[in-house]
Design a protein around this ligand. Structure first.
Ligand code: NDP
Ligand code: 8X3
Length: 251
């Protein structure tokens, strides 16, 4: 690794996290995280920057700390944390929802984000520097039918972003929330449990955001002058007015 700053990205194996790794590779050494090790290896080989690969499940508290603690000391000074790992699991009325899906969303999107943050933030506090970017969602502000628990998990991310910004203010640590609307990634395939047709239909009839669009915004936020903190970015496809209104005849 050279003397570029270090960014740790969770969920770097696909979608927004992978696109963010590609863009940030120009200006950061990268710690890339995700469960799918083959994808991490491939991305690590592809990127022209220093990389350190950590394969762990963010739900597994012990392993989160073990994995991050296993980093060589020169990799432990993380300047940027992108808390991106997360997904929706299922989309059902509240009375028909599957408690296992609820566990997954709360455990990954909320508790997983907390565990990774706990493993990284104390060193930022010690060094009085750092920037945390939490990937929330429009679902962190709005609730849509059958979105119940996913929306609750992203509302929690919004509260945690605000809490982090308050608590870390004395240490000069910036905290940003990126709140995308519909982005075409593997997100809907995961939500609909591998049903590719149903996943594809979510993005039909309009041009959704791409992972690259979101990654560019993350790069923009991170590259502002030191005194500038962009707190929240709601970003939508042109065709999307809010969580439920999408102009599907717009392409
Ligand atoms: P993808 O499904 O493409 O990516 C999800 C990433 O999260 C993968 O890299 C996956 O890696 C990782 N991940 C999921 N579960 C775990 C876990 N238990 N432990 C470790 N890593 C995990 O979806 P997106 O890129 O779209 O999603 C990224 C973030 O953006 C999420 O937080 C999502 O809620 C948010 N978002 C997405 C929107 C969209 O419309 N796509 C809109 C707004 C927000 P692996 O499976 O290898 O572990
Ligand atoms: C993902 C966007 O609208 O499916 O956070 O909740 S949405």
């Amino acid at each position: 690794m050279d003397d570029k700053p270090i960014a740790l990205i969770t969920g770097a194996t696909s979608g927004i996290g992978e696109a963010t790794a590609k863009i940030l590779s120009k200006s950061y050494n990268l710690i890339l995280c995700g469960r799918r090790k083959d994808r991490l290896d491939r991305l690590g080989d592809e990127l022209k920057t220093g990389t350190s690969l950590l394969s762990f499940d963010v739900r597994d508290k012990e392993n989160v700390f073990k994995a991050i603690d296993s980093l060589p000391s020169e990799w432990k000074k993380v300047d940027v944390l992108v808390n991106n790992a997360g997904n929706a699991h299922g989309m059902d009325f509240i009375h028909e929802g599957n408690p296992d899906d609820w566990d997954a969303m709360i455990d990954i999107n909320v508790k997983g984000l907390l565990y990774v943050s706990k493993a990284i933030i104390p060193d930022m506090v010690k060094r009085k520097r750092g920037h945390i970017v939490n990937i929330s969602s429009i679902a962190g502000f709005e609730v849509y039918p059958k979105g119940n628990v996913y929306c609750a998990s992203k509302h929690a991310v919004d509260a945690l972003t605000k809490g982090m910004r308050l608590d870390l203010n004395p240490y000069g640590i910036k905290v940003t929330s990126i709140d995308p609307g519909l982005v075409e990634t593997e997100f809907s395939e995961v939500r609909f449990k591998g049903d590719k047709e149903r996943a594809k239909s979510v993005y039909e009839g309009f041009t959704p955001l791409t992972a690259h669009d979101v990654a560019e915004t993350i790069d923009f936020v991170l590259s502002r002058p030191d005194h500038v903190l962009i707190g929240d970015v709601l970003m939508l496809a042109k065709a999307q007015a809010n969580s439920t209104i999408v102009n599907k005849n717009s392409q």
